[in-house]
Design a protein around this ligand. Structure first.
Ligand SMILES: [Zn+2]
Length: 270
């Protein structure tokens, strides 16, 4: 869907369509909706939640957390991929209900705390419930819960504080490098003359390079279709135990995003 059609028709129905939670790796679960990912990373009965998705998804995400056998209070930390309403609007409600600490990249903090996207877009800045950030992060900071370590890598462009999270998780007895890449699509960002985010083009290009040089065994994006998350689950359930392992996926995603970014930039500069 083009972004103008998006503005006209509203958001995709799948974004707010509940779905059952499922295990991805030994301690990583999917707790989001059909169209927007939220991941639960577990250590010894306690959990980190990555992303809140839409405000109306707070109930379905909480139901999914409970369905996995956790209490809401077991969620100790909430992280965000980036401060856009489709990934951050639910965080305020989830923080209220779990009592978790919200940790986010410093460059996205004011957007989260004002409930307002920063930078100019062709759909106007979507608003969302504001949330206080309890811990501001810098590039390379590590968030720890029990034996789980989540490393925050700044990959800006899509937003100023767009954060790629990395960790290690086991699957069938193997340690796997897991990357939760921040979004790298243009997605309505104004590429030329963006007054709210003047360094956007350079940031996008740096992030393509950084992400393109990373190695990942398992890639879990904020929009599940970019990593075929549901298709992989089907394959895994059908017997392919390593369906989530795909060492070529991240570079494929980056190449595609980079090509469409440069195409849109060329068009915008005409
Ligand atoms: Zn976004």
């Amino acid at each position: 869907m083009t972004t103008s059609a998006f503005a006209l028709l509203g958001q995709p129905a799948a974004w707010s369509e509940p779905t059952k939670p499922f295990k991805i790796l030994d301690n990583i679960y999917y707790v989001g909706t059909k169209g927007l990912a939220a991941y639960l990373i577990v250590s010894d009965g306690k959990a980190i939640l990555l992303d809140g998705t839409l405000a109306e998804n707070v109930g379905p995400i909480e139901n999914n957390i409970r369905a996995l056998g956790f209490k809401l209070e077991d969620v100790k930390i909430i992280l965000n991929s980036h401060a856009h309403f489709d990934h951050a609007a639910g965080i305020a409600g989830l923080k209220r209900d779990t009592g978790a600490q919200v940790m986010a990249m410093e460059q996205d903090r004011s957007a989260l705390e004002h409930g307002r996207q920063e930078g100019d877009t062709n759909y106007g800045g979507a608003r969302f419930p504001a949330v206080k950030v309890d811990r501001s992060l810098r590039d390379g900071d590590v968030v720890t819960l029990g034996d789980v370590k989540m490393t925050a890598l700044l990959t800006p462009g899509h937003t100023k504080g767009c954060t790629t999270w990395t960790t290690t998780a086991t699957n069938n007895g193997m340690a796997r490098r897991v990357v939760f890449p921040c979004s790298i699509t243009v997605a309505g960002n104004i590429l030329v003359g963006n007054k709210g985010y003047p360094g956007l083009v350079e940031d996008f290009r740096k992030s393509f390079d950084r992400l393109g040089a990373m190695e990942a065994d398992v890639v879990l994006p904020a929009h599940p279709e970019f990593g075929d998350v549901f298709e992989r689950k089907e394959r895994r359930d059908a017997g392919d135990k390593e369906a989530f392992v795909d060492t070529a996926l991240l570079s494929r995603m980056v190449e595609q995003a980079k090509a469409s970014f440069e195409k849109e930039l060329k068009k915008a500069r005409k």
